[in-house]
Design a protein around this ligand. Structure first.
Ligand code: FUB
Length: 306
């Protein structure tokens, strides 16, 4: 087995590689995976949980990125961007997403705004998927006051970026209310109104992906959270609920998924808290392989948990 992993690592041209075994990326506590497949590699972005054992809230200052070319060995690519790299942010590097357009990489990250109460979403740009990313606007892309839902401070979190085959980009996000807006081709400005999507029991972690012509809008529902999804014929629906696809974890109430295809196989990245010493604010990212059913639905996927 060791020989096989070494061969895979050498085939990928890696020098420092880590064998993939859930939970990934030990000794770091990581959460909120986002995935970009680019030029034969998977780039998996995470937040980093820095809370001490027994901590009572998230402590998250930076995002991390790891890459692989074989889903067996992962390279730690370091810190592509920190929350405070958005000069208008107070901090708190919550969930993110990443995409590529016209040779540039666009990173969408949740942070706490320094002057507008609550969380906000910023966009940063880089020439490389591993960064460094720099703020592309100098102001937030989405703030609490824009969406008029100031009942909770964290309703503008968890960006999910998707570019359709016709080039139109969509940003989904939200907590309690699921929202989306179109983006201009520059990827840094909204192109039209912010729309609400009524979804029963929606909490957060929306994620839009496309597989063989079908659009999949997945999200966390209830609390403690489980992953559910809907399917539709377009990036804006109409959506058909397809039910729960991943169960709750017993050690943390949150879960946050990213579906992707790589080298002809399908995967979901998510977080639980299975790393020793883990918990609600000390989570760990894992990946499971799965196969779509013949009708395009996703089978129930069990977490790797003890
Ligand atoms: O990591 C902080 C928050 O917890 C994320 O924004 C949510 O999706 C949940 O995972």
């Amino acid at each position: 087995m060791k020989k096989l992993l070494l061969a895979a690592a050498l085939a990928c041209g890696l020098v420092s590689a880590q064998a993939a075994m859930n939970p990934l990326f030990a000794p770091l506590y990581t959460a909120d995976p986002a995935v970009l497949v680019d030029a034969g590699r998977v780039y998996l972005f995470t937040g980093r949980d820095e809370a001490q054992p027994g901590g009572k809230d998230f402590v998250m200052h930076e995002w991390r990125v790891f890459s692989t070319c074989d889903m067996a060995t992962w390279k730690d690519e370091g810190v592509p961007i920190k929350a405070r790299d958005f000069a208008w942010a107070k901090g708190r590097a919550w969930a993110s997403d990443i995409t590529k357009r016209n040779g540039k990489y666009y990173f969408y990250g949740t942070v706490e705004h320094a002057t507008v109460p609550g969380f906000a979403i910023g966009v940063a740009v880089s020439d490389s998927p591993t960064g460094p990313f720099v703020d592309a606007r100098g102001t937030a892309l989405i703030t609490n006051d824009m969406t008029k839902q100031t009942d909770i401070a964290w309703d503008d979190i968890d960006p999910a970026i998707f570019i359709d085959d016709d080039g139109q980009a969509y940003l989904y996000w939200g907590n309690t209310v699921l929202k989306y807006a179109k983006l201009k081709p520059n990827m840094t400005e909204l192109d039209g109104p912010i729309m609400d999507v009524p979804v029963a029991n929606f909490v957060e972690a929306s994620y839009l992906h496309k597989h063989k012509g079908t659009y999949y809008l997945s999200y966390s529902q209830h609390f403690p959270e489980e992953t559910a999804y809907m399917t539709g014929p377009s990036p804006t629906g109409p959506w058909t609920p397809q039910g729960v696809v991943m169960e709750r974890n017993t050690k943390t109430p949150t879960i946050h998924q990213a579906f992707f295809d790589f080298n002809g196989k399908s995967y979901v990245a998510y977080h639980n808290a299975e790393l020793p010493g883990g918990g609600e604010y000390r989570r760990s990212v894992a990946v499971e392989e799965f196969a779509y059913r013949a009708d395009g639905t996703i089978p129930f996927i069990h977490q790797t948990q003890s």
